[in-house]
Design a binder for this molecule. Structure first.
Ligand SMILES: [Zn+2]
Length: 180
């Protein structure tokens, strides 16, 4: 069955001469952090991961240091470069500075903070519109009570007690929404 073939292909070993060739091409440096390492320290990475159809061809392979390889996981080369603010693949012939792992961690922290901020902003916006609705409904209810005092048929509230209950409900709804 086809998935057995795929699984077998994933586990195929890449010959050592390919690793040596990549080492030469990359000047002994990790593709991402650009830090030089000894050959055995490098992992062979598929730029386009095998799980999404990446081939074992040398043009789809690169050497990454352990930390960069773990960070890349199942991302494509393009995605990694985009997320970690590296030069796109077609510009890698340009001289590039070494990037310590701390730099990547910094980028991750900043992106998580940005995401949180965006979510918080969205929550505040929803809070304000919900509050507006509650205030409008409450105001209309109060007008209803004034215009049609207790006992008068057609009033929104039959009694002051009913009105206070409605106000209490409104207050608890506001509390449920939480403060932004
Ligand atoms: Zn690296």
């Amino acid at each position: 069955m086809w998935f057995f073939r795929v699984a077998k292909k994933q586990r195929r070993r890449i010959p050592p001469r390919i690793k040596e060739e990549l080492y030469k091409r990359q000047d002994g440096r990790c593709s991402y952090c650009r830090i030089p390492f000894e050959l055995p320290y490098f992992d062979i990475d598929h730029k386009l991961p095998v799980v999404i159809g990446g081939a074992d061809r040398i043009n789809n392979l690169q050497l990454l240091c352990g930390p960069c390889n773990r960070r890349k996981g199942a991302l494509t080369d393009h995605e990694f470069r985009h997320i970690y603010e590296l030069l796109p693949a077609w510009l890698t012939w340009l001289p590039q500075r070494e990037k310590p792992q701390a730099r990547f961690v910094e980028i991750e922290k900043r992106k998580v903070a940005e995401l949180r901020l965006a979510r918080e902003r969205g929550r505040r916006k929803r809070f304000r519109s919900a509050r507006k609705v509650i205030v409008i409904v409450g105001t209309l209810a109060a007008i209803g009570l004034t215009a049609f005092p207790s006992g008068v048929s057609g009033g929104i509230f039959e009694s002051v007690a009913e009105f206070s209950q409605a106000v209490a409900n409104m207050v608890s709804s506001l509390k449920l929404l939480g403060r932004p």
